[in-house]
Design a binder for this molecule. Sequence first.
Ligand code: HEM
Length: 417
Amino acid sequence: MSELLSLNTSDSGYIRDPYAALTALRDQGPLSRVIVDGLPVWLITGYDEAVEVLSDPRMSNDGRRHAGPEARAVAWTGIATGDVAAHMLRTDPPDHTRLRRLVSKAFTPRRVTALEPRIRTIATDLLAALPTGDEPADLFAAYASPLPILVIGELFGVRTDDLGQFRYWTDVYLGVTEQEGRLQVEASRQLATLINDLFAQRRKELGDRTLDVEGEGTLIDGLIKARDDDDRLDENELITMAFLLLAAGYETTVNLIANGLLILLSEPARLARLIADPRQLTDVIEEFLRFESPVKASTPRYATQDIRVGDTLIPAGDAVLVHFSAANRDPARFADSDAYDPQRNAEYAGRTHLAFGYGLHYCLGASLARLEARVAFEELLAAHPDMGLALSTDQIEWRRSRAMRGVQALPVRLRRA
Ligand code: HEM
């Protein structure tokens, strides 16, 4: 048997530049058998194959039911621990259909649009708190990172007094602060208490009142009251859903804002072009998502039966990872795919990136993430049009993470030297 390729996702070269290794893999074919952090998987690097796998109903997200022994034995798949944070992402129809339908009743476009003024206030408050001297400001720690968690706090209706705790324990829980595992267990307990209290308090206040679940009150209010005929989310499902929204909606959006800012500042002409024509911002954000996808790879899928993709047979039980960063740079789909070019979004009508996934599990919060990024950039560029990176691009440190692509800090001079 030929030796399998290995991908150690905490390797410093891969963390700094995952694209070199991914391009080498894709050059050999759109799917490869690779050992990723100890688990043999089918790694999908081609765009068309990614879409094919993500739309195939024979591919399951439910590892507890469909994973083979190799995936069960590896801790990072979360099968053995029954990870609370990934509930809906780890279910298949009909369970997934039911959960998604109920949460979609409350997580509506109307509720997202209504958040815009609050997001703008959050952004301007954060900008007002930036240091005023000539020292560089870390726009990761002071802007990109707090904004999305404050927005989620707003969406959930977390009391202002509790926001500090909410953010601290979320950071520990998600490993943003790279804490010990023991503290993470404590963090999940603390967050569960905060979220439980929030649900209990809202339930008491809402009582038997009827509510327009699509927009009235907070998202938590909407989730409590969401019904589908006689069906509703039970206590456990509500908590799990809140955890999932936190885990899926926080760091991802942080990375979109911070990675986008790095892209803009790494070539000053990009910033100048956008400031000269702010109408480009929508296309620019789509290109940030394609070019430095905040989520590198999908949650694992498992073949429920032998499945043929192209010339390859994926045996039942095998794990499959769709690599969004690789598919989004597939030259068969995007011409000059390693170049940053916001114009392509007008030219490639219909040929969208996969940064929000594809198919049944397509990101529930995509419109909220786009709104947060738009407002964050509108306010930042208006306040600091002269800003520039305080380090060279190759001095920027990237966060060690299997699934996420994001920087650790972003020192920026707010005024031209
Ligand atoms: C730039 C920011 C974001 C990115 C890049 C992103 C990316 C993704 C991706 C790639 C998936 C699919 C994963 C897979 O199929 O394995 C996903 C699913 C999901 N996302 Fe996002 N996301 C972002 C922001 C958000 C926000 C703000 C929320 C909500 C507050 C959110 C909630 C969810 C949920 C609930 C799912 C699971 C959907 C399902 O299983 O049906 N995401 N996201």
